[in-house]
Design a protein around this ligand. Structure first.
Ligand code: PMT
Length: 404
């Protein structure tokens, strides 16, 4: 069976000379088993007619946002919900700028804004336009929003110049779509995670907190999702964009995080605790803002519940992965935590240094499990998360006797 069998793909076509190749891509996707619907921008129609795509795909092509007839057939929100993914090929500099700025000025940009499914863009433009700092800033923005970027390729361009900006060939885009949509090894497996730091109120305006940005946890949630898992993320306050196709529950305090986790833990097969949970909270929370009436102020702190230890101690616990944030004797303290909390695997990181750990975009980890260890070098948290997700998958399969 083809990897695209029964997959639903919304093919967006923007106005560029490579729009003619999108017709070839449409045929290739269909031949691989995908069901495809086409959305064209108005400038795309200056290069290829909607009739070409309609004849190939056997369905009307969607072109208008406010056309009562098209909306009656399938309104734009239903269209965004119908698909497994949106692939925009070619994606012009103008279209990338529109989605980077959250525009809903035509049907295709509106669909992208309304979509909760993965979106891949295959850029196609002149090399100078691609290299322009404004385009690069937009690319940076949409990548952070979770858009996948397939291409561009380098080489001769239709305008006679040479450089980056060519749309990837249809067969390459077909391969990317097949790889992307193939069922992941964790398909159907429910993963519960915590991320970010907790905030423990002192009074209505102050709290005890820590430096966790949520970057490591969010990156790992996305990596687990990309392996096919159904991910629920219980997150402390962070200023990150919510990742697509991940169920997010936001909390503030350790007690709220504990309750949110315990309410969901029975359904999950894997629990991963990345959150920097405050170990202590103020014994009482002042109803009004505390005034500075004396030279010193004593705060009495009481212990918070240890969420990871509580999950690992359940009668029928999920496969549990903890993190250990240490400033010294990283491996020794992490191993002590692994044993005392009774978790299957712990990912230890050095914190309090200039690179890695809290807030940084990069990190390195030492993974420890019963009878084994592995070091993952300093790298971008997104890459590190992918490597870690594969190690978690392997240990989960080995320890739970799950077939690969
Ligand atoms: O968010 P970033 O800025 O990207 O930074 C990432 C990170 C440094 C926060 C992350 O990589 C990390 O190390 N997370 C764990 C931080 C931590 O609180 O470690 P710990 O050694 O204090 O706790 C050990 C484990 O027990 C952790 O899995 C923690 O989630 C869990 N725990 C701790 C206390 C508590 N009350 N409940 C818990 O579940």
């Amino acid at each position: 069976m083809s990897q695209l069998e029964n997959k639903k793909i919304l093919l967006g076509v923007c106005g560029g000379i490579s729009a003619y190749k999108s017709a070839v891509l449409l045929r290739a996707l269909q031949q691989a088993g995908a069901e495809v619907r086409v959305v064209m921008t108005s400038s795309a129609q200056a290069f290829v007619t909607p009739l070409t795509f309609q004849a190939l795909c056997g369905h009307p092509v969607y072109t208008e946002l406010l056309d009562p007839e098209q909306e009656a057939a399938m309104d734009h929100i239903s269209l965004a919900r119908w698909a497994d993914m949106i692939l925009v090929a070619p994606a012009t500099a103008n279209f990338i700028a529109r989605v980077a700025n959250g525009h809903a000025s035509d049907l295709l940009s509106t669909l992208c804004l309304a979509a909760t499914i993965p979106i891949a863009l295959a850029p196609a433009m002149n090399q100078a336009m691609w290299n322009n700092p404004a385009t690069q800033r937009n690319i940076d923005t949409i990548t952070r929003y979770g858009y996948r970027l397939w291409g561009p390729d380098e080489g001769d361009q239709a305008c006679g110049e040479t450089g980056p900006g060519r749309m990837l060939e249809p067969e390459t885009l077909l391969r990317r779509a097949s790889d992307f949509l193939k069922p992941g090894p964790l398909r159907g497996v429910s993963v519960l995670m915590t991320a970010g730091g907790t905030q423990e109120p002192i009074d209505p305006v102050r709290f005890v907190g820590n430096r966790s940005s949520g970057k490591m946890g969010y990156a790992l949630a996305e990596a687990m999702r990309d392996l096919g898992a159904e991910v629920t993320l219980v997150s402390g306050p962070v200023s990150l964009n919510p990742p697509s196709a991940i169920d997010i529950c936001t909390v503030q305090t350790a007690n709220e995080m504990r309750d949110a986790v315990m309410a969901r833990v029975e359904e999950c097969s894997i629990f991963i605790a990345v959150a920097a949970v405050a170990d202590y909270r103020p014994a009482s929370v002042a109803a009004e803002k505390i005034k500075k009436r004396s030279d010193s102020l004593n705060l009495e702190l009481v212990r918070n519940p240890d969420i990871l230890a509580e999950v690992a101690a359940l009668a029928d616990p999920p496969f549990t992965v903890g993190f250990a944030a240490e400033t010294e004797q990283v491996e020794a303290f992490a191993e002590e935590k692994r044993r005392s909390k009774g978790v299957d695997m712990i990912a230890a990181n050095q914190v309090g240094t200039s690179e890695g750990g809290f807030e940084s975009d990069r990190n390195s980890l030492t993974l420890l499990w019963e009878g084994g260890r592995e070091s993952l070098a300093m790298m971008e948290k997104s890459h590190l998360a992918r490597q870690l997700s594969e190690r978690i998958l392997k240990r989960y399969q080995l320890e739970r006797g799950v077939d690969e």
